[in-house]
Ligand binder design. Structure first.
Ligand SMILES: C[S@@+](CC[C@H](N)C(=O)[O-])C[C@H]1O[C@@H](n2cnc3c(N)ncnc32)[C@H](O)[C@@H]1O
Length: 199
């Protein structure tokens, strides 16, 4: 039986998340290949940080930067905090336009979380506000599947292929890099996008 709300879903999945997701949330280990150079003191946000997989890579790659991470699931954040990522600021809430001030972050990462967010248009608007004028958005997520049954199954797991995430990202932002790969012989594709604000 799959829990009906996202909160309940992650309450159940948080303890087994790190040992199960490596097998299908591809592209996360390679995300640092797309990291921009940032001067020390830059501010970074890991959106939908979950158990801190990407937060941890950011923490290693940017020791001189200030890192914030936000997620509404207390259970996922509990797992993240156990990684002892010193000086990361954790925010236990749904990300929204009110979460941070305008022009706050030089880099925002969003790994496998945007395809779960029902209010995607407002989320993209919030990212636009929270990025500094030269800020970078880095997204890795599910892109497309040719199989309706798979899309239906993933929707039951709170992942929505029909949000057309990457089309929306390309509409809202100026795309600098896009890397799309197939998983499991074409069952689905996943993409990594590096983007900046449209000027
Ligand atoms: C599939 S996990 C990805 C976690 C992590 N980024 C990773 O790559 O392993 C999706 C995460 O997005 C979070 N999430 C869902 N809706 C959110 C929202 N509105 N604001 C912030 N985080 C959200 C969930 O709680 C969950 O921890």
């Amino acid at each position: 039986m799959i829990p009906t709300t996202l909160q309940e879903y992650y309450k159940l999945h948080a303890p087994i998340y790190d040992i199960t997701r490596w097998g299908f949330l591809f592209g996360r280990n390679q995300i640092y290949n797309h990291f921009p150079e940032l001067p020390s003191g830059s501010r970074i946000l890991d959106l939908g940080c979950g158990t801190g997989k990407i937060t941890s890579i950011l923490h290693t790659s940017y020791p001189e930067c200030s890192i914030s991470a936000i997620d509404p699931s207390p259970e996922m954040l509990h797992q993240a905090k156990q990684k002892n990522l010193h000086e990361v600021q954790w925010f236990n809430e749904h990300y929204s336009i009110d979460s941070f001030q305008t022009n706050t972050f030089d880099l925002i990462t969003a790994s496998y979380c945007l395809t779960m967010m029902e209010d995607l248009e407002q989320i993209l608007e919030a990212i636009t506000r929270h990025l500094t004028p030269d800020g970078i958005l880095l997204v890795v997520d599910f892109d497309e599947t040719p199989y309706k049954w798979f899309a239906n199954w993933m929707a039951k797991n709170h992942v929505h292929f029909n949000y057309w995430l990457f089309e929306k990202l390309e509409h809202h932002f100026n795309v600098l890099e896009k890397d799309t790969r197939k998983a499991f012989g074409g069952l689905y594709s996943y993409s990594t996008i590096k983007a900046c604000l449209r000027k």
